[in-house]
Design a protein around this ligand. Structure first.
Ligand SMILES: [Mn+2]
Length: 347
């Protein structure tokens, strides 16, 4: 990246970079996590941050632990550099007395640290939030939230520039995968010419990116596909064909022997978005009895900001891609979503 490109770094990143650096330098032991149902932006950002902090080591940093969090790291991400060192623990399985700093990344609210029970951060643990979700509530002592960036990994690229981190092949591969995935392969709103410039700089350091992408994308299982078949044959068209909702009850999941880990609601809503005629689409998946996972998508996040729908129902996300989980019977959850969508979007 040239110094010219660097001058486009978001002012909030410039402002927070020295504050975050100073906390890292003061810290003795630093915690990083992956959010529930982790995506490559979560895993890649955690790994890249760990490598960056290790580089800062000479400048007085402590040691870093990354926990997998609520979910196991999907096999499809295990080839990301450093992934083998992620500790298979959730937040509540940790002895927090050993940590003094927790950098919570790609997580719009504390619940994205763990959904197992309500989170309360102990007094001695400093929380720094680094994120790009516009629904982020700013629950840290320092909050670096830049919603105009399409990925947390892109926030980190600029942050690392400010910290004068050398972009190694390991850092490059992890940031590339985060940006690639959160932009839907450089096609979602939020992708800019700068995203390509950054991707280009990363690709130069991680020229094996086609193999990294292939190993991640061409790794679905027969059960994943069975779930997609089920969800795609269960589509309801609402509000005179403006809102499509795929609805899968738990009984159907059991009938087809589909596990929670095979049931990606986001995958289904992303496919539904490709149908030209719908303004809003969603997936409504009962992964366990009375646990309903929703994923929402729209083609035009300004006209149909689905993060509003998700936030109104206790979730979060982006304007064109968001989600929530409701703990109630399926029909009740569906009704709540349909009523809120009607109210918000004038359907
Ligand atoms: Mn992200």
């Amino acid at each position: 990246m040239t110094s010219d490109t660097a001058s486009d770094i978001s002012p909030i990143i410039r402002e927070k970079a020295p504050l975050i650096l100073s906390e890292i330098q003061k810290a003795k032991s630093i915690l990083l996590h992956c959010h529930p149902s982790p995506d490559p932006d979560s895993v890649g950002s955690a790994l890249a941050m760990r490598f960056a902090i290790e580089q800062l080591g000479e400048r007085g940093s402590g040691k870093v632990t990354i926990i997998a969090g609520d979910s196991a790291i999907p096999q499809a991400f295990m080839h990301f550099p450093g992934a083998a060192d992620i500790v298979a623990k959730n937040f509540f399985e940790l002895d927090l007395s050993g940590f003094d700093l927790f950098i919570v990344q790609d997580s719009s609210k504390a619940e994205m640290v763990s959904k197992l029970k309500p989170i309360e951060f102990p007094e001695h643990l400093k929380i720094i939030v680094i994120d790009h979700h516009n629904s982020n509530s700013g629950y840290g002592a320092i909050n670096l939230v830049e919603p105009s960036y399409p990925a947390t990994a892109q926030v980190l690229f600029d942050l690392f520039w400010e910290w004068k981190i050398k972009i190694t092949p390991e850092i490059a591969a992890n940031l590339f995968m985060g940006i690639y995935t959160d932009t839907g392969g450089f096609k979602y709103t939020g992708t800019t010419s700068r995203t390509f410039m950054i991707a280009s700089a990363l690709a130069a350091k991680a020229p094996d990116f086609p193999q990294l992408i292939s190993a991640m994308e061409n790794s679905i299982t027969l059960q994943d596909l069975a779930f997609q078949g089920l969800a795609l044959s269960s589509i309801e068209s609402l509000f005179a064909g403006r809102f499509a909702l795929s609805v899968v009850p738990f009984a159907k999941m059991q009938e087809k022997n589909i596990e929670d880990e095979n049931a990606s609601a986001g995958m289904i809503s992303s496919i539904l978005r490709r149908i030209g005629s719908f303004d809003i689409v969603g997936a409504c998946i009962e992964t366990e009895p009375n646990v309903i996972k929703f994923s929402f998508r729209s083609k035009d996040g300004n006209a149909y900001d689905v993060s509003k729908l998700a936030v109104a129902l206790g979730g979060g996300g982006h304007k064109a891609a968001a989600g929530t989980t409701l703990n109630m019977p399926l029909e009740e959850a569906k009704k709540a979503v349909v009523a809120k969508a009607k109210e918000l979007y004038n359907l």
